[in-house]
Each structure stands twice: as C-alpha cells, then as structure tokens.
Design a protein around this ligand. Structure first.
Ligand SMILES: Cc1cc2nc3c(=O)[nH]c(=O)nc-3n(C[C@H](O)[C@H](O)[C@H](O)COP(=O)(O)O)c2cc1C
Length: 185
C-alpha cells in the first residue's frame, strides 16, 4: 500500500528571487518519491480585517485552509524581518487560524529559514514556533535548517549549490515525514 505524504509549504517572502522560496524549491527537488510538496500562494491574501472574516471570508482563505487541513504536514521557509517573521506570513497564519475547524490543529511541521546574515534567520524560527503553539502545531526540533549567508549558497538562477545545505534540507524532509508517520501512522 502506498503511504505518500502530502506536505504544504509556506514561504514568508513574496519576492521572485527569494532565497526562502528557492529553499522550498530545493526541498521539492530533494524530497523522496513518497512525498509531495505543494507551495501555497499567500500573495493574494488581503490584510487581515476581522470585519471581512467569518461568512464573508475571501474564498482564497477557505481554499488555503482546506489545503492545510488535507495535508499530512506543513513546511515553512521564512526570512527574518526585524528579528521576527514577515508580516505576510503572520497575515496568512492569522487568516487561516480563524477557519473552523482550525486547519493547523495537530499538524506536524518543520521550519527552514534563509538570510544573508550570520544567523540564518534563527530568531524568526523561534518566533514562528511560539506563534504556532497557539494553533497546536507540532514542530520537529532537529535538524535546525538556518541558511546563513544565503547569497553565497544559491546561484543567480536560485538553484541551491551548497552540498551541506542540500543534505540538511533532505534530512529535514525525511525527519518531517517520519514525525508525520509517528503522529498519524
Ligand atoms: C524589512 C526587512 C527586515 C530585515 N530584518 C532582518 C533581520 O532581522 N535579520 C536578518 O538576518 N535579516 C534581515 N533582513 C534581510 C533578509 O534576511 C534578506 O533580505 C533575505 O534575503 C530575505 O529573504 P528572501 O530572500 O527569502 O526574500 C531584513 C530584510 C528586510 C526587507
């Protein structure tokens, strides 16, 4: 029997040449055959406004929430903006968090971050973990994939060239798959 696992992915950066989105593309290429990763497009979500929520919520919110609810696991790749996660990612989380049933509840998840700085977005990772406690997401702890000096690890076409980073991303995906199977055999 096939046990294909479906992962939905969020990038915290909307820019076309984003290192974080490039890291997600690398994860898609490195993922084992029994794992499918879909990158969700959060770029068209409006800014959260509670008056637009509930029955009036944009159809995109319901579509994204359904994809998260159907997924076996969640993968985030986020930049660090001013020591935290970017507003676009928080905005997407806030929209989806109000859907019922709450789509993130009980989901296994993993995080990567990429930054041109020395710490590779570490502080944003810990903020994201804190936010997702509220939504009862279960993150794997290791490996911690913090891609420092990202501009030296991807080429101009956004292809990941660094062998160690490739290995870490591969291990992150296989660890997430294993965690997903432990939580939902
Ligand atoms: C508003 C803003 C705030 C930033 N703050 C940080 C920061 O706190 N720490 C850090 O390492 N990099 C910071 N950066 C640099 C980002 O890490 C860098 O732009 C990175 O390439 C963004 O990710 P992306 O390539 O996926 O878009 C900041 C960039 C912006 C635009």
């Amino acid at each position: 029997m096939s046990d294909k696992r479906r992962i939905v992915a969020f990038s915290g950066s909307l820019r076309a040449d984003s290192y974080n989105t490039a890291a997600l593309r690398a994860a898609m290429a490195l993922a084992p055959k029994d794992c499918e990763i879909e990158l969700l497009d959060i770029s068209q979500l409006p800014l959260y406004n509670q008056e637009l929520d509930g029955d009036a919520a944009p159809s995109l919110v319901r579509e994204l929430a359904a994809k998260v609810a159907d997924a076996d696991a969640i993968l985030f790749a986020t930049p660090e903006y001013n020591y935290s996660i970017p507003g676009v990612l928080k905005n997407a989380i806030d929209w989806l968090s109000r859907q019922q049933p709450q789509p993130f509840a009980d989901k296994p998840a993993a995080i990567m971050s990429a930054s041109m700085g020395l710490l590779g977005g570490a502080r944003a990772q810990y903020h994201l973990r804190q936010i997702m406690i509220c939504l009862n997401v279960h993150f794997i702890n290791k490996p911690e994939v913090m891609i420092a000096h990202a501009h030296q690890k991807f080429d101009n076409a956004g292809q990941l060239q660094d062998a160690d980073t490739q290995e870490f991303i591969e291990l992150l995906i296989t660890s997430l798959m294993a965690w997903s199977r432990r939580l939902n055999p």
